[in-house]
Design a binder for this molecule. Structure first.
Ligand code: NCD
Ligand code: ZN
Length: 344
């Protein structure tokens, strides 16, 4: 007997769509399954002002293939020059759903990020006042902090102080990779946390043992197995703090398979099949809907989607190992085991 599961249409609360040829190639991969996504603003140059976000949203919508239904939820990239009034107007008009904080230098295209947090205090206070969430890339960038410790150190040195200094600010700790991050978010009432698909599947051994696997390299980098298990427990628990943010982050293969390879895993194509497999392994299929379709909209004060998708268990799913762009191929994340859940 084939098993099936019907859930409300999912959303992706952290997605990189890029621009131009890459946008054309990856947008249908997300729009096929997801109704909405929080769109990351780390283009070159970044999406900093309301005008930038309007233009980017228009480029996304004009790239969306006919017959596909998808709503990009736009964000602004917080810089030390961000104008609180521009942010407030972009929120009031419905243009933006969140503001994104990258510590300067933390990850791909983050050079314009924040160095001195005193210089963004006015914007953060305005956001707390108007109820606009801050999405945070939670890693310190200090050269002396080990890359595997950067998330845990960020919580103590940056995240907790910012939140204490800005009461009422709603914060999403994005792409959590540690038990420390899970425990911190769980203990706070005005916080959410996103968890990616790939961090539920790989630990740091998968990147490094038996030869380096550039397609498993992303930031924050995958941690020890105990942390992966904490992420799986949180995602499959149904706890309303935690929701899906794939952080699907496409880079051309030639830039991943490179002496200085880019960070990012491209998971848009097979995320829902992988998640169903993970939730089945954890005997938590009945909680997949909370993680992928309900907890995110609840945090953002948006309605859950009305339409539904059905996942059916059957023969292994044939998904492409790569997708083509006009500039070259992009490798689809390989979970390392067959996937049996087909999305209708
Ligand atoms: C992201 C990218 O490529 O834009 N890379 C990644 O490894 N996740 C940036 C980010 O979200 O850190
Ligand atoms: Zn990201």
């Amino acid at each position: 007997m084939s098993k099936s599961l019907t859930i409300r249409r999912p959303d992706d609360w952290h997605l990189h769509l890029r621009d131009g040829a890459m946008l054309r190639a990856v947008l249908p991969e997300s729009a096929r399954h997801f109704a909405r996504a929080i769109i990351m603003p780390n283009l070159v140059p970044p999406v900093v002002t309301a005008d930038d976000a309007t233009a980017y949203r228009d480029r996304i919508m004009s790239t969306l293939p006919d017959g596909m239904d998808f709503e990009p939820l736009m964000t602004l990239y917080l810089t030390e020059a961000t104008d609180p009034a521009d942010v407030a107007a972009a929120h009031a008009s419905g243009l933006i759903t969140a503001v994104k904080l990258y510590p300067a230098g933390a990850t791909t295209n983050s050079a314009s990020g924040v160095k001195n947090f005193d210089n963004v205090r006015g914007t953060l206070e305005k956001m707390a006042e108007i109820g606009l969430p801050l999405c945070v890339h939670g890693e310190v960038t200090d050269a002396e902090v080990d890359i595997f410790d950067r998330e845990a150190v960020f919580i103590e040195r940056v995240l907790d102080p910012i939140r204490r200094a800005t009461p009422g600010l709603r914060v999403v700790m994005e792409h959590i990779t540690t038990k420390n991050g899970i425990d911190y978010v769980k203990s706070q009432s005005d916080m959410g946390g996103t968890i990616t698909t790939h961090h539920l599947v790989i630990n740091r051994n998968d990147i490094l043992v038996g030869g380096i696997k550039p397609h498993y390299y992303c930031l924050p980098v995958a941690k020890r197995e105990e942390h992966r298990l904490a992420l799986r427990a949180a995602a499959t628990s149904g706890d309303a703090h935690f929701f899906l943010g794939t952080d699907s982050a496409p880079h051309l293969d030639e830039l991943k398979e490179h002496p200085c390879g880019c960070a990012g895993c491209f998971t848009a194509t097979n995320t829902m099949s992988i998640l169903a497999e993970v939730f089945e392994q954890e005997q938590a299929l009945d909680r997949l809907e909370a993680f992928a379709s309900l907890n995110g909209p609840a945090f953002y004060g948006l309605p859950a989607n009305d339409d539904k998708i059905t996942l059916t268990r059957g023969d292994p799913v044939n998904y492409p190992t790569k997708i083509d762009t006009a500039d070259g191929p992009v490798t689809v994340f390989d979970p390392g085991y067959p996937l049996h859940w087909h999305v209708a």
